[in-house]
Design a protein around this ligand. Structure first.
Ligand SMILES: [Zn+2]
Length: 104
């Protein structure tokens, strides 16, 4: 089973899994979410997304590449509303102080 994506956070991992599932892939995730502490991940924790078949790897990587491109187009980093730490737009929660980020 090849790894098709390495996510820096559970949100990205879940989004990629949704994209791959929608494209018909059998996917699974491994990483720190298994610890049950999804809200308190250290920032360097890596979550990996896997597909079941080696033969589907190239096609799955295309789906992931499209996802990554759409993420980059998602906007600039923004400061946390509470501590002003700069966060990527896909983060729902500040990794530093834990404050939930309100959608603008
Ligand atoms: Zn913060």
């Amino acid at each position: 089973m090849p790894i098709v994506y390495r996510a820096a956070n559970i949100v990205d991992a879940q989004l990629v899994m949704d994209e791959l599932r929608a494209a018909g892939f059998q996917v699974r995730m491994s990483g720190s979410y298994l610890s049950g502490a999804a809200g308190e991940l250290p920032p360097d924790q890596v979550i990996t997304v896997w597909i079941d078949s080696d033969r589907q790897y190239d096609r799955a990587r295309l789906v992931v590449a499209e996802f990554e491109a759409s993420q980059r187009a998602g906007g600039a980093d923004r400061p946390c509303g509470q501590c002003n730490e700069m966060l990527s737009p896909q983060f729902g929660k500040c990794w530093k102080c834990g404050a939930w980020q309100v959608e603008e």
